[in-house]
Design a protein around this ligand. Structure first.
Ligand code: BGC
Length: 433
């Protein structure tokens, strides 16, 4: 039995569907999204595939000095179980699946491309298409091949060209099936975590010159990759995804806040002028004071990531992305790390209400993707934080959709969300009479 059917029974009697009036229930007021709005879920190769032994992250996880708490190991075994994942996305009623290509599988040695690996990703794209699900393909989601890291990683002068060569080769194989393309996932996080905070490979701490050089190279890598995608087969929207936060300034923190926005976000937003969309990935709010990053607001609860639980960050980041870039926007990631799935539903509902306010203001917001389909490998924090709308049993890899999966599927099918003020007690999309 498909996982969705199995667990749908398990979640009875919580109603999982329908906006029509039935048996003592009335249709609640709804916030309707524009026709064609894309509803998706996102994943990344290294976080779900397992066995990605040939990239810089695997090496980093196995470096005892890295501070990473676990090896990605088998992850969710999605390299073998990808069809179950695509089936789940389709069965839930979602319209898009965002996943990434693992560069180290496609180009295991410099200049040596694996047709078998490309065929693997082609099968995933085709399965999405067969399910009526838009394949949204990310070409780089944090991990790089070991050979690339060994020759200087994102600091090497020719790093953007090497990335563009990989993108050209992969797009030649997949282009006719791609739905949307994201060149780089959060280049700003690769730069800041890898070359300033030192928590991601290569673990460089507080080296501003190296950090700035990587930022510059990643902007160029995006530009070259986008050109390569536009020149290849297929005709699909191309964009960049950025990590964005609502950044507030406490008194005296205004100039540091502005400087942070400039270095972390604006340099990339300005590089999207020829793109079809900007992908906003937002999770929380940050504060800046006169000394730099200031503590969280003690009144606001925290997520498992230690971030402020702040779903309304969506509207601030979408507004900023739209106004700085002038491009259409897609929320390519948003979600919460929590063990409490009711809290997840409440978060997603509030985030969607927040997104809807942008649409009301006339911002061209085209889609919303939950991070993540599966509970997965959360980088240096291992398997602790739970972002998934689907749980994965360790060792058996059984996929178990949570109530939030059905809730989000219903939102997608109805293209509407019932505001918190009128939703049912279990997060239903139908309000009790
Ligand atoms: C990244 C994901 C990550 C998520 C939650 C995003 O920054 O793209 O890979 O798992 O945030 O931390």
């Amino acid at each position: 039995m498909p996982a969705v059917a199995r667990a749908r029974r398990a979640c009875d009697p919580v109603p999982c569907g329908g906006m029509t009036s039935t048996h003592g229930r009335t249709t609640a007021p709804r916030l309707v999204f524009p026709p064609g709005f894309v509803w998706g879920v996102a994943t990344a190769a290294h976080q779900i595939e397992g066995g990605n032994v040939n990239n810089d992250w695997w090496a980093w996880e196995h470096n005892p000095d890295s501070g990473t708490v676990a090896s990605s190991g088998d992850a969710c075994d999605s390299f073998h179980r990808w069809r179950e994942d695509v089936d789940l996305v389709g069965e839930l009623g979602l319209s898009a699946y965002r996943f990434s290509l693992e560069w180290s599988r496609i180009e295991p040695a410099e200049g040596e491309f694996s047709v078998a690996a490309l065929e693997h990703y082609r099968r995933i794209c085709a399965a999405c298409r067969g399910r009526g699900v838009l394949p949204v393909v990310t070409f780089h989601h944090f991990t790089s091949p070991r050979w690339f890291a060994a020759r200087g990683g994102w600091e090497a002068a020719d790093a953007p060209d090497l990335f563009a060569r990989f993108v050209t080769r992969a797009a030649a194989h997949l282009g006719d099936l791609i739905g949307w393309a994201c060149t780089l996932n959060e280049p700003n996080v690769v730069a800041v975590m890898g070359y300033f905070q030192g928590q991601y490979p290569p673990g460089v701490k507080e080296d501003f010159a190296r950090y700035a050089a990587v930022n510059e190279n990643m902007v160029r890598a995006h530009t070259l990759a986008a050109e390569a995608l536009r020149a290849g087969p297929g005709d699909y929207p191309v964009g960049l995804t950025l990590s964005m936060a609502e950044i507030t300034a406490d008194e005296g923190g205004e100039s540091l806040r502005d400087a942070a926005e400039e270095m972390l976000e604006n340099v990339f937003l300005r590089a999207t002028t020829d793109d079809d969309f900007v992908g906003v990935q937002c999770y929380t709010r940050m504060h800046f004071g006169p000394e730099g990053v200031a503590p969280n607001d003690p009144e606001v609860p925290l997520t498992q990531m230690g971030d402020e639980l702040w779903p309304q960050a969506v509207e601030h980041t979408v507004r900023r992305a739209a106004s700085v870039s002038g491009r259409p926007v897609v929320v390519t990631e948003n979600g919460i790390a929590t063990d409490d799935d009711a809290e997840r539903i409440a978060f997603l509902r509030d985030a969607l209400e927040s997104a809807h306010r942008c649409i009301d203001e006339g911002i061209d917001l085209r889609g919303y993707f939950v991070w993540s389909l599966l509970d997965n490998f959360e980088w240096h924090l291992g398997y602790g934080p739970k972002f998934g709308i689907v749980a994965v049993t360790p060792d058996t890899f059984e996929r178990r959709p949570k109530p939030s999966a059905y809730w989000f599927g219903e939102v997608a099918r109805s293209n509407a969300v019932v505001p918190a003020s009128t939703a049912g007690p279990h997060g239903e999309q139908i309000a009790p009479e």
